[in-house]
Design a protein around this ligand. Structure first.
Ligand SMILES: Nc1nc2c(ncn2[C@@H]2O[C@H](COP(=O)(O)OP(=O)(O)OP(=O)(O)O)[C@@H](O)[C@H]2O)c(=O)[nH]1
Ligand SMILES: Nc1nc2c(ncn2[C@@H]2O[C@H](COP(=O)(O)OP(=O)(O)OP(=O)(O)O)[C@@H](O)[C@H]2O)c(=O)[nH]1
Ligand SMILES: [Mg+2]
Ligand SMILES: [Mg+2]
Ligand SMILES: [Zn+2]
Ligand SMILES: [Zn+2]
Lengths: 212, 212
């Protein structure tokens, strides 16, 4: 891959890889600690009777999140980004060329580095982009970090079990998201409340059905 | 300022400005929504009988945080960073050359862009660096985002009123911070609990006394 190739070209190349293996790929982004790993730990087992999933983790150092997932029986590959505050297409491309992806996989979830700014500028070849916003972070984040909210397919308000304890205005936050991205699908959920994932799981199933 | 000057040189130049006006400068960093603006809104009025403070806000777009502070009677200047995920020394330098800072100021608080990665690499000329970590983000953040925790003078665990509702292990989080940065001063507080800021305010007073 010549150094002249920019991120977008490499992302397209990654997309070809994903499409060859029929791998529906989702890029999960958020601020640090919004609940990406927790959501994956609940989502993948809930889908596992019908769909096989794989996770690619992006973190500056270590394999803490990948190990959390592995302890939940989920296959996870780790990309260490070093000083980079985001995954880029070349990092994902290198991984794709080094690991042999099992066939008959359905979903590939890429958990990006916790950052509400730069991941928006670096598509990885994914089919869908999902941004998590924890209700503990404040309803103003879509206004303050607009680029990542503008370029996503879905927004998930996480940790809704904490709503009684924080001053997060759900209606206003939805208004802010739709003001920036009218097409965005919005979910409000908590991994601590059973049954909280239903709409999110249904959205995933619809998306992969449309993809095929 | 030639383009050859790197960030560190410009930061030193900023430091000269701060020292000429006897302005004790603190760079506040955290993930988005950890509580920087809320902390400033409580801290500056609590110090105001003895110290005069000024805030410089760094955000991608808008003046939402600066306006929140202004509504609290706090003087705030806004730097709009555009697509940059962090403030850099040149941005602060341009501001210093454009606004005339009042004399007899004591504290300058710089609220950085919400990001646990890149602000660590761009000193602004500040005297002290403080990182906020909300107890809602998880105790593992010092391990996952080590650079910013290694290079700071103090770490503040915020939103401690929410501890009963989250699985944040305060002792373990302190261990993680001290494992990376044994010298770091650690505070655990909530802006929602009156009297919660005492130790933090005392640390600020000690720091400025040592500076003078
Ligand atoms: N109350 C509550 N806490 C949650 C929920 N989801 C996640 N958490 C907590 O939020 C913290 C962070 O969760 P993670 O899943 O590690 O977040 P993350 O987005 O993967 O974090 P990074 O990968 O470091 O950016 C942990 O302490 C979780 O227990 C939820 O639905 N409700
Ligand atoms: N329960 C509780 N909530 C808090 C506390 N401090 C801040 N918050 C809430 O946390 C959310 C974010 O607070 P901000 O002060 O805007 O955080 P910030 O770090 O300035 O955010 P950015 O500038 O966007 O990175 C808001 O909803 C606040 O009300 C606290 O001590 N306890
Ligand atoms: Mg994670
Ligand atoms: Mg703020
Ligand atoms: Zn970046
Ligand atoms: Zn950055």
């Amino acid at each position: 891959e010549g150094i002249l190739r920019n991120n977008d070209e490499i992302a397209e190349h990654n997309r070809e890889h994903f499409d060859e293996s029929g791998l529906f790929t989702i890029n999960l982004m958020s601020a640090p600690g919004a609940g990406k790993t927790s959501l994956l730990s609940a989502t993948i087992p809930a889908l596992s009777d019908r769909y096989r999933s794989l996770v690619v983790e992006g973190d500056m150092v270590g394999e803490l999140d990948a190990d959390r997932l592995r302890n939940n029986g989920i296959t996870a590959h780790q990309i260490t980004t070093g000083r980079s505050c985001h995954l880029d297409a070349a990092m994902v491309n290198r991984l794709l060329h080094h690991v042999s992806l099992p066939s008959n996989l359905d979903f590939l979830f890429i958990e990006n580095v916790g950052n509400l700014v730069c991941p928006a500028e670096f598509p990885l070849g994914e089919h869908k982009r999902v941004v998590l916003l924890s209700v503990t972070e404040g309803a103003d984040k879509p206004l303050k970090y607009p680029v990542i909210f503008r370029q996503c397919d879905a927004v998930i308000f996480t940790k809704c079990d904490l709503l009684p304890h924080v001053d997060f205005d759900l209606a206003k936050a939805m208004e802010y998201v739709h003001g920036i991205n009218p097409e965005a699908q919005i979910f409000a959920l908590s991994v601590k409340q059973s049954g909280g994932l239903t709409e999110w799981l249904q959205w995933l199933e619809r998306q992969i059905a449309e993809y095929r």
